[in-house]
Design a protein around this ligand. Structure first.
Ligand code: URA
Length: 220
């Protein structure tokens, strides 16, 4: 799809384009992860979401259901979204790699290098989120400098190429280490200001549109 086409996509076009990619993901055999999966997990949510959350890789429950973040981490992610008055349906949620690594091991560089350009990059180009929130170090590593440490940069937005990248701890890491709970909740609450920021930018853009033509005066 050309860049021009992507710029002019309406909601239905985006939904259809995401579904087409999801279909490709479900039958993908580009890397060895396909041989161990039950179901591939393309991602889910609003086709024109302002916020995209990117996790690492499907786990056991995601692999069973074909949906992202449906296990314990997902339940916690849903709670965090609720704290800022959002639901899963308001955002787009996906992962760096779309198939479960055996035994939930870390995805390998070759798997990421194969999967990311083929699928995640296309999903980003279609949804065009204004905020990309990374969950954990694997998705963080795609957008932040190589030497970035999640323990240092979590909650610090990076504004780049008209988009905000926002690094968060992985929900599973927070579930393992309850000391991180207040930190994670604070980082989530700080997203409210980012959401307001991107909404203001969209409103300014709207002001630049030419005014609508005057309505015809009705004779009756
Ligand atoms: N952890 C992830 O990174 N992604 C999921 O979808 C579930 C758990």
């Amino acid at each position: 799809m050309s860049e021009q086409d992507q710029q002019t996509m309406n909601f239905e076009d985006r939904r259809a384009a995401l579904e087409k990619i999801a279909g490709e993901i479900r039958v993908c055999e580009k890397c060895p992860l396909h041989s161990g999966r039950t179901k591939a997990v393309p991602g889910a949510g609003r086709a024109d979401a302002d916020i995209m959350f990117i996790g690492e890789a499907p786990g056991y429950h995601e692999d069973q259901q074909g949906l992202p973040f449906v296990g314990a981490s997902g339940k916690y992610l849903g709670e965090l979204l609720g704290k800022i008055n959002l639901s899963r349906a308001d955002v787009f949620i996906t992962n760096v790699v779309k198939c479960r690594p055996p035994g939930n091991r870390d995805p390998l560089p070759g798997e990421i290098d194969t999967c990311m350009p083929a699928y995640l990059q296309q999903q980003i180009d279609i949804v065009k989120p204004k905020i990309i929130a990374t969950l954990g170090r694997f998705s963080m590593a795609l957008f932040f400098p190589k030497n970035a440490r999640i323990s240092k940069i979590h909650g610090e937005p990076l504004r780049q190429d008209g988009r905000i990248y926002y690094p968060l701890f992985h929900p599973a890491a927070v579930l393992r280490n309850p000391n991180l709970r207040p930190v994670m909740e604070e980082d989530f609450k700080r997203m409210l200001a980012l959401i307001q920021e991107v909404e203001e930018v969209s409103d300014e853009g709207r002001d630049e549109q030419p005014p609508p033509p005057p309505k015809q005066l009705s004779l009756f």
